[in-house]
Each structure stands twice: as structure tokens, then as C-alpha cells.
Design a protein around this ligand. Structure first.
Ligand code: NAD
Ligand code: UFG
Length: 337
């Protein structure tokens, strides 16, 4: 029995493929390589000594998906593939709804047609929107405030409706907080295209000399140091969360929602200081205007994942930054070096 990992050449996908292989699972990866490189899988193979079958298929290619399901005996799917840039999603919403929502419907139709009804889905803390108090709890009413977040919310709804219509479905909706870090080997990590949107990849590119300085978006929030608080989670902890979720849902029907976060918030300046400790010197930064759409502070209530899955984060912010820095230093241009 084999697990299909969509988006498995990407950042979180490649770390999860590694964790699955280390747990003795067989894995097939689907990706259209729009935001990743097959090199990540070659390195996962090198780290694990195991082979991973790769198929370059787009989620919008229903025939390609059907052929893939016909060729393999999948037991379950971990579904990472999709577009993920919040800002870009407001500029090209149709592309986001098409790739993320229509693409997922194609995937679910292929799964159903081939009797594969167990899925772990990459949702996001962004589904909690702007109206909920922190920390976020799974039972809160969701309502995203940008097109990217709405694609996640719509997919959550589709999966919930599907499971309600047919009790053979097992669904895990994993709401990730802020994944950072890299495998401690420094061989795989996050390789953003163009200017990084996210904090830690940006700091890493400043540290390696690809960017002049960090722009800290807003220093006048009502937080202890005036900068935003987020719940950062090491990507290796996040990958382990997928295994725990998969093991939990495979023998059970229904829909399960879990926050995957550490349960604590760190400020932008705390992250910068931690990264500086990893690098060994100070890094240039400037406090600039707030970024539109940023919330002052949010973090997870991570108690459900602990209670249900026995999973919690194990790695500190310093370990996230040390591992992220090792990856960036050893691969200054990512996988294209
Ligand atoms: P990523 O871009 O590294 O990985 C996504 C992968 O999906 C890429 O390899 C890309 O090439 C592939 N892909 C995109 N559209 C596709 C399509 N139509 N068909 C086939 N493949 C396609 O991103 P990531 O950070 O690893 O994120 C993985 C998932 O987790 C995404 O669904 C993302 O929305 C979600 N997520 C990420 C974060 C984060 O901060 N990184 C936070 C919350 C949720
Ligand atoms: N930040 C800066 N400078 C930068 C980049 C970010 O100061 O160059 C700040 C942001 O203002 C924010 C914090 O660093 O306060 C974290 O920003 P990120 O862009 O790294 O992360 P977000 O919390 O904004 O967004 C992330 C994911 C989204 C997801 C969201 C909620 O990127 O996909 O978490 O889960 F929707």
C-alpha cells in the first residue's frame, strides 16, 4: 500500500516524504513543479537510501490523475499541492480557485473512482480570519479574509460535505501555523522563487547576502515589542504531525481538524535575534510601515493534536533558525546552485 503525496517536491511536502520513508511507508509523488524542483526528491532519496516514484502531473489534469490512480494501489493521499501566496491570491484569484479548489475536486473524484478515501489536507491558520480571539481553537467559526484563505476554507467545506455524504471517507484538516526551518542535514529546505514573502526565508537571504536588509513590517502594534506575533513551527515537527494524523485517520471514518502549531507566539524581532544567534552576528533591518492584511498576533491552541494524536512540537525557535541557516548557507541559491 502506497501513499500519494501531492506537492511532494515542495517545502513541507519534501520533509513529509522523508518522514514517511523513514517510517517505512512507500511513497509516490505528484507535482507540476511550478514552485519546486525534482532535486528535492533526489536529496530525500540520498538521505533515506530509498526510491520515490515521481509523476509530473497538474491537479487540473483530470485524465492524468485518473491514469496515476489506475497505475498504483494507493491507501491514502497527503495533499499539499496548491498555490500559497496570500498577496498574489488577490491579484489572480481565478488562478487560485482553479488550481486549489477545482484541482482538489479533480483529485477527490479520482480518489473516489479508485476507492481511495483517506486524505490529509494542508489547510492554514489563515482560515480563522480576522474575527477570532487568540489562541485559535479548532471549533471556532472560520472565515478567511483573502482569496488564498478562502480556497482553503472551501476545500475544508468540500471535504466535510464529502465525509458527511459517505462514511467511508477519512479526512484530516491540518491547520498549519508558520512553518520554518529545514531538515537538520542542511540538504533539503525552503527554496522560494523571487523575493520571499515570508519572514524567515527573507532573513535567511539577508544573512547570505542576497538581500540588503530585512524590512520589519510595523513596529507599533500592541505587542510587547511592537512587532507582530506568530506561531512558528519547525518543518520537521510539522512533517511528523502528518504521520500522526495519517495513522489516526486511516482506521477511522469522519472529519478531524487539528491545529499544527507550538501554542506560543514569537515576535518578528525575536525571530530576527534568534536567526542572528544562528549566524553569529547582527543582521541589518529597518522598521517600515505595516503590511496590509497582517494581524497583530495569533497562535495555536495546540491541545487537540496532543490529546488526539499524542503529537506536539519538539523544536525551539533557535533550532528552527539554526536549521534554516544551515540549509541556506550550504545552498545559497537553493536547489539551483
Ligand atoms: P510549496 O509551494 O513549496 O509546495 C506546494 C507544491 O505544490 C509545489 O511543489 C508546487 O510545485 C505544487 N503545485 C502547485 N500547484 C500545483 C498543481 N496545480 N498541480 C500539481 N502541483 C502543484 O509550498 P509549501 O510551503 O510546501 O506548502 C504546502 C501546502 O501547505 C500548500 O497547500 C500550502 O497552501 C499549505 N500551507 C503552507 C504554509 C506555509 O507557510 N508554507 C502555511 C499554511 C499552509
Ligand atoms: N514580516 C516582516 N518582513 C518580511 C516578511 C514578514 O516583517 O519581509 C512579518 C510579517 O509582517 C508578519 C511576520 O513577519 O508579522 C510573519 O510573516 P509571514 O509572511 O512569514 O507569515 P504570515 O503569518 O503573514 O503568513 C503565514 C503564511 C500564510 C498563512 C498564514 C497563516 O505565509 O500562507 O501564515 O497561517 F496563511
Amino acid at each position: 500500500m502506497t501513499i500519494l503525496v501531492t506537492g511532494g517536491t515542495g517545502y513541507i511536502g519534501s520533509h513529509t516524504v522523508l518522514a514517511l520513508l523513514e517510517a517505512g511507508k512507500d511513497v509516490v509523488v505528484l507535482d507540476n513543479l511550478s514552485n519546486s524542483s525534482e532535486e528535492s526528491l533526489r536529496r530525500v532519496e540520498e538521505l533515506t537510501g530509498k526510491k520515490v516514484a515521481f509523476h509530473a502531473v497538474d491537479l487540473t489534469d483530470a485524465e492524468g490523475l485518473d491514469a496515476l490512480f489506475a497505475a498504483h494501489d494507493f491507501s491514502s493521499v497527503i495533499h499539499f499541492a496548491g498555490l500559497k501566496a496570500v498577496g498574489e491570491s488577490s491579484a489572480i484569484p481565478l488562478e487560485y480557485y482553479y488550481r486549489n479548489v477545482a484541482g482538489t475536486i479533480n483529485l477527490l473524484r479520482a480518489m473516489d473512482a479508485h476507492d481511495v478515501r483517506s486524505i490529509v489536507f494542508s489547510s492554514s491558520a489563515t482560515v480563522y480570519g480576522e474575527h477570532n480571539p487568540v489562541p485559535y481553537i479548532e471549533k471556532m467559526e472560520i472565515g478567511a479574509s483573502n482569496p488564498y484563505g478562502r480556497t482553503k476554507e472551501q476545500i475544508e467545506d468540500i471535504l466535510s460535505d464529502l465525509a458527511a455524504s459517505d462514511e467511508r471517507w477519512s479526512v484530516a484538516l491540518l491547520r498549519y501555523f508558520n512553518p520554518v526551518g529545514a531538515h537538520p542535514s542542511g540538504r533539503i529546505g525552503e527554496d522560494p522563487q523571487g523575493i520571499p514573502n515570508n519572514l524567515v526565508p527573507f532573513i535567511a537571504q539577508v544573512a547570505v547576502g542576497r538581500r540588503e536588509k530585512l524590512m520589519v513590517f510595523g513596529g507599533d502594534y500592541e505587542t510587547p515589542d511592537g512587532t507582530c506575533l506568530r506561531d512558528y513551527i519547525h518543518v520537521v515537527d510539522l512533517a511528523e504531525g502528518h504521520l500522526a494524523a495519517l495513522n489516526h485517520i486511516e482506521p477511522r471514518a469522519g472529519v478531524f481538524r487539528w491545529n499544527l502549531g507550538s501554542g506560543r507566539g514569537s515576535s518578528v524581532l525575536e525571530v530576527l535575534r534568534s536567526f542572528e544567534r544562528a549566524v553569529g552576528h547582527e543582521l541589518p533591518y529597518e522598521i517600515v510601515a505595516r503590511r496590509q492584511g497582517d494581524l497583530p498576533a495569533f497562535w495555536a491552541d495546540a491541545s487537540s493534536a496532543l490529546a488526539d494524536l499524542g503529537w506536539s512540537t519538539t523544536k525551539s525557535l533557535d533550532e528552527m533558525c539554526e536549521d534554516h541557516w544551515r540549509w541556506q548557507k550550504n545552498n545559497p541559491n537553493g536547489y539551483t546552485a
